[in-house]
Design a protein around this ligand. Sequence first.
Ligand code: NAP
Length: 243
Amino acid sequence: MAPVTVVTGGSRGIGAATCVRLAREGHRLAIGYRSNAHAAEKVADAVRAAGSEAITVRADTVSEDDVIALFGAAAQRLGPVTGLVNNAGIASALGRLADLDAAELRRVMDVNVIGAFLCARQAARVMTTGGAIVNVSSTAATLGSPGNYIHYAASKAAVDALTLGLAKELAADGIRVNGVAPGFVHTEIHEQTGDPDRAANVVSRIPVGRLGTPEEIAEAIAWLLSPAASYATGTTLRVAGGL
Ligand code: NAP
């Protein structure tokens, strides 16, 4: 049976590239998105052009009801869910912690932590015959992002703890749980930092001298989801050009 994989935040950036990459391996995709239906439909078209099936589902991962409905739609229209790419996430405006607004702190924690937990919990509930989960973290989790967004870094450290704990909790059920920690990748997320020159300003910090592409992150996610990674669980793979 073809794997059925839910990708949250599948409409743009790393999530979109992951959907297309997984389609080439025969995954049927449930493409979750928050608001950009047009972008999600374009990704679904690309999945179909690659020879697989896709549905798009508007699902804000902060909403418990939306998350349950996303997995329900995937199972009903594509078959039993066997994979989750827990990718939906947001960045934040750059600044020091002393200047951080409490509402912004809560917003980032809501999407990056609560949303990721709700999706992982739903995957754990529905993957009754085994499966694989990949949580999208960030190198920020281990670098701390001082002066930029410590709260974003902390939200991704929580994702790493989720990966570690859930991998151990679900190992006996045949469900592997891993993470991918990208460094700086060319996507629209950087527009949220408020720095129009973000890419140019970070490149000097990256040992390989360039930002990554969403496709390079998708490769790692696809491997961790695949049977080729059958002995890998509880690990977070850094894909960050040496960062
Ligand atoms: P992006 O281009 O901004 O795309 C974000 C995606 O997440 C979009 O599909 C968006 O949906 C969706 N999304 C955002 N909030 C959501 C919510 N509450 N519920 C459901 N979907 C939501 O971002 P990206 O760069 O691909 O980032 C993907 C992941 O990689 C994130 O977890 C991010 O933290 C992580 N990451 C990125 C980088 C980087 O340099 N790009 C580095 C490290 C880690 P809509 O299209 O509907 O808005």
